[in-house]
Design a protein around this ligand. Structure first.
Ligand code: NAD
Length: 501
């Protein structure tokens, strides 16, 4: 244990130790502990908040164009260091390196969007709202802001948050997932290299103690959270009770509807990537297919079976693999337990990936693709977010039945419909109670200049992540009304409410 490299915190521009507790960081492809992560205690997190607090006045006063230039430089550095970042990501998360590159690219696009901050922060001006009176709104930063991020997109989700927060003039404390923290830390170090002054961005590694400190500290004005729904709900309630602005994005259970007129071969190809890409550990993954009619259900199941047989499962470092391991032993046991439960509850296990082995990686957390047919709404594998390579097929008779099913589910993150019928697609996308909808697009993750957000228990708060919503989340509107009376003119007192009556 003593010989493992130690992962520290980044406070005030320096890597620092802090906290007496620590835990191992594992390589999921080998099952070996490769690093040791320091878990920040209250004092360490308070040190990071103090650094962000001290850096705020000067950073707020820095012209937006200069702040944006840091983002432009960071974009270049991220591109130049992509291989190193993705290697770290794969070593701790397990995802296949090509998938890691896709994640990083989506993160870079958020940095790129944050570099438009001067344009995005333009206010609204109205001349002569009353005689000789002008009025305008401007968008001011909040102060110290914080982000708490999940394991499944260790690079991209932090980049949803701090580039825009910082470009808007805030300072930031990031608490990455303790399961795969290194890539986010490296990206933060590159931001310093890009010219970010010390203290503007701090990274504290840790667990509940670190999060609780961020939630309690009065200097922290806003919290962005992405993770599971039970934690998101608690973070939202506690943060709001402590007077903070909070957005908390939670879990998901995304349904793909396949209509009888769909191009089944293309739908199957799309479903393979959406269900099993990144081992199903994506909040926009498709773990459920709702087939409209038995004929299409049979065709989809047959097609998936053929494609699953061709899949290559193995370490993420081998770019020819389609799927890597699950993130930890605990998560592996949980996902496998769901498959056991699906069988016990009566779903038909068409493809069983529970007993695969990857030669040379026998201690890795590899689970093969699993496919269930005849999944029913009452089953645990229907209700719960599994977050693994487990796809369930359900059978209904009409589009309305499919939509009623989706609307009744507690989550409303993403969904999609495969069809050639424009009327059905339009009706579905117009009426479904889900925040992000794809039409023949299985992973409708909005691009960086739109915003990301689910409905129902997939998002607590009013504004989504990144895009225009992030500009609003990380700023507060101030409206200034101004007049300059002519010198020497005596103005009378008015007791009636000012208006243009
Ligand atoms: P998680 O909820 O276990 O952890 C998320 C973060 O919260 C981590 O930084 C963790 O350290 C912290 N945390 C965990 N327990 C805590 C506690 N008791 N008190 C305070 N903080 C705590 O989530 P995860 O397993 O890392 O990520 C997977 C989940 O994230 C899935 O549910 C997935 O759907 C969700 N997710 C959602 C989105 C989205 O945009 N809606 C995106 C990615 C992931």
């Amino acid at each position: 244990m003593q010989n493992l490299p130690l992962i520290q915190h980044l406070i005030d521009g320096q890597l620092v130790a802090g906290g007496s507790r620590s835990q191992d960081v594992f390589n999921p492809a080998t099952g070996q502990a490769e690093k040791r992560l320091l878990l920040a205690d209250k004092a360490t997190v308070e040190q990071a908040i103090a650094s962000a607090h001290a850096a705020y006045p000067a950073w707020r006063a820095t012209p937006p164009l200069k702040r944006a230039r840091v983002m432009s430089r960071l974009k270049v550095l991220l591109e130049e260091n992509a291989e190193q970042i993705c290697a770290l990501l794969t070593a701790e998360h397990g995802k296949v390196v090509g998938d890691a590159m896709g994640e990083l690219q989506r993160g870079i696009e958020n940095v790129e969007y944050a570099s438009y901050a001067p344009e995005l922060l333009k206010g609204e001006h109205s001349k002569n709202v009353g005689t000789g009176v002008d009025s305008w709104s401007e968008f001011q930063p909040l102060g110290v802001t914080a982000g708490i991020t999940p394991f499944n997109f260790p690079v991209m989700v932090p980049l949803w948050m701090w580039p825009m927060a910082i470009a808007c003039g805030n300072t930031f404390v990031l608490k990455p997932s303790e399961r795969d923290p290194s890539s986010a830390l490296l990206v933060a170090q590159l931001a310093l290299q890009a010219g970010l002054p010390p203290g503007v961005l701090n990274v504290v590694n840790g667990d509940k103690e670190a999060v609780d400190t961020l939630l309690a500290d009065k200097r922290v004005q806003a919290i962005s959270f992405v993770g599971s729904t039970p934690i998101a709900e608690t973070i939202y309630a506690t943060g709001c009770a402590n007077g903070k602005r909070v957005q908390a994005l939670g879990g998901a259970k995304n349904h793909a509807v396949v209509m009888p007129d769909a191009d089944v071969a293309n739908a199957v190809s799309a479903l393979m990537g959406a269900a099993y890409g990144s081992c199903g550990e994506r909040c926009m993954a498709i773990p459920l297919v709702v087939a409209v009619g038995d004929a299409v259900a049979d065709a989809v199941v047959a097609g998936l079976r053929v494609e699953i047989a061709k899949m290559k499962v193995g370490p993420g470092t081998d770019a020819s693999n389609d799927m890597g391991p699950l993130v930890t032993q605990v998560h592996f046991d949980k996902v496998k337990g769901f498959v056991d439960q699906g069988v016990a509850e009566g779903a038909t296990l068409v493809v069983d990936g529970r007993s695969i082995t990857v030669p040379g990686h026998e201690r890795g957390y590899f689970l093969g693709a699993c496919l269930f047919d005849h999944v029913k709404p009452g089953m645990t594998i229907y209700q719960e977010e599994i977050f693994g390579p487990v796809l369930g097929v359900m059978r209904v008779n009409t589009l309305q039945e499919a939509m009623d099913l989706i609307d009744a589910h507690e989550y409303g993150n993403g969904t999609c419909i495969f069809t050639r019928d424009g009327e059905a697609a339009r009706y579905f996308s117009d009426n479904i109670l889900v925040g992000m909808v794809g039409v023949n697009v299985p992973l409708p993750v909005p691009v960086a200049y739109h915003s990301f957000g689910g409905w129902k228990r997939s998002l607590f708060g009013d504004l989504g992540a990144y895009g225009p919503d992030a500009v609003r989340f990380y700023t507060k509107r101030k409206t200034i009304t101004q007049r300059w009376p002519s010198a020497g003119v005596r103005e009378g007192t008015a007791f009636s409410f000012p208006s243009n009556r």
